[in-house]
Write a protein that binds this ligand. Structure first.
Ligand code: PEP
Ligand code: CO
Length: 444
């Protein structure tokens, strides 16, 4: 079948909202098609090259952010805090892994969510499930839950506002390695890792000085930390509207994000999401877990990466701490048997979600780290390497995940639980996790 930006429409598209007014939806999609892109093809291709280097063990990926961005959180403080936590984690990882870190946010467009059921029932009333701010609103009433196509425009605009602010901060030196004090957060002073963190920052400053003074090279632009954007390519009408050709380069690009991924619920090889991803030039990722078969792997590789080109395809595995030891070796074998040269990233969040006795969705810090440890070990044992980590986190002091050295207990969860969807590591837990990962990378 010939690919086109809308050829997915001939396949079964799971997890799509059902809009009451089809004409209103097509008007919005037509308007979206006219708006300027969020990212450029050259940035996308640069990321693709960097991901190829990560697949070869020369870089490491830190992919992180909210499970779902909320429109109300599109504020300067929230955005800056998210960048800060990602920059600080990445600094720790650079020192631990002795490799450059590629920073990819789950931001500037992570607004659409897959749900396990299409509807939600409370007190005998059944309404459409909340599918993310770009589709409907979380309040439990019919008006809020009815999918509204105007929200696609609001989401696109907020993605643009977010990215505009990120670009301005980065350009202004927010994440310049020469000035670690720019991205210091108050918390560091109280952290049990304070001394380690300061030592790492000093090591980095020292290395930069050495390079510049002794070797006579100016670290220049390359030491400016860049951010790439990623989101789940879930709402296919929205993704299609951003899929364009560009002057002087062949092929179609999704210009709403550098690095779109397909989630676990929509990754069927014969489904609409894989059909859509097949034709774009972006580096792409697929979430995989215990339900993944050898046949899936073979079909994905043939459809998405027929040339087995490093950087094109990333597998983000999310087995959960109890299943990774059993599932990951088979998955790696399957990819090898098909000649795949994928990049491997461990999402240590989505296989570790649990519900407390009082019905709160949470995750345990210790499970998250234990899954990552196993991921490093399994890849190493099989003669390859884990190329990155995928984490749901926030720069705020929320209480959504349990554990860590000063983290909330089950009783504390009610204190600052904000997420409408999955529980995120808070700022302190995220930094602690980075230290543990860095130690694992250094010491094996
Ligand atoms: C997510 O990344 O928020 C998500 C829904 O993940 P998965 O598709 O792996 O369940
Ligand atoms: Co999630």
């Amino acid at each position: 079948m010939q690919w086109s930006p809308d050829s997915w429409r001939l396949r079964q598209a799971l997890q799509q909202p059902s809009y009451p007014d089809a004409a209103a939806l097509s008007n919005v999609l037509a308007e979206l098609r006219q708006l300027p892109p969020l990212v450029t093809s050259w940035e996308i291709l640069q990321l693709r090259e960097q991901l190829a280097e990560a697949a070869a063990g020369k870089r490491f990926v830190l992919q992180g952010g909210d499970c779902a961005e909320r429109f109300v959180d599109c504020s300067p403080r929230r955005i800056a805090n998210m960048l800060k936590v990602l920059v600080q984690m990445s600094l720790v990882l650079v020192v631990g892994g002795e490799r450059p870190v590629i920073r990819i946010g789950r931001f500037a467009g992570q607004y659409a969510k897959p749900r396990s059921a299409d509807t939600e029932t409370r007190n005998g009333i059944e309404l459409p499930a909340y599918r993310g701010d770009i589709v409907n609103r979380p309040e439990f009433n019919a008006e809020a839950r009815t999918p509204d196509p105007q929200l696609l425009l609001r989401g696109y605009e907020r993605a643009a506002l977010t990215l505009n602010f990120i670009r301005a901060l980065v350009k202004g030196g927010f994440a310049d390695l020469h000035h670690p004090e720019y991205f210091d957060l108050d918390w560091v002073a109280e952290s049990p890792h304070r001394d380690d963190y300061r030592r790492m920052v000093d090591t980095i400053a020292e290395s930069l000085r050495f390079m510049e003074n002794v070797l006579g090279v100016r670290a220049g632009e390359s030491d400016r930390i860049d951010f790439y954007t990623s989101h789940e390519a879930l709402h296919l009408g929205y993704e299609e509207a951003q899929t364009r050709t560009v002057p002087r380069r062949p092929g179609y690009f999704n210009l709403a994000s550098h690095f779109p991924w397909v989630g676990l619920r929509t990754h069927q090889p014969e489904g609409a999401h894989i059909e859509y991803m097949r034709g774009i030039e972006n580096p792409i990722a697929i979430k995989v877990g215990s339900n993944t078969t050898r046949e899936h792997v073979a079909r994905w590789l043939d459809l998405l990466d027929p040339g087995r080109s490093p950087g094109r395809l990333t597998f983000i595995h999310r087995f959960g701490v109890k299943r990774i030891a059993e599932g990951l070796p088979n998955l790696i074998e399957s990819v090898r048997a098909e000649g795949g040269r994928a990049l491997w990233i461990c999402d240590a969040m989505h296989g570790n979600t649990q519900t407390t006795s009082s019905g709160v969705k949470t995750r345990c810090f210790e499970d998250i780290y234990a899954e990552l440890e196993q991921a490093f070990d399994v890849h190493r044992r099989m003669g390859q390497h884990l190329g990155g980590v995928h984490i749901e986190l926030t720069g705020e002091n929320v209480t959504e995940c349990i554990g860590g050295s000063r983290g909330p207990s089950e009783r504390d969860l009610a204190r600052a639980y904000e997420s409408e969807v999955d529980p995120r590591l808070n700022y302190e837990q995220a930094i602690e996790l980075a230290f543990l990962i860095a130690g694992k990378m250094k010491n094996g």
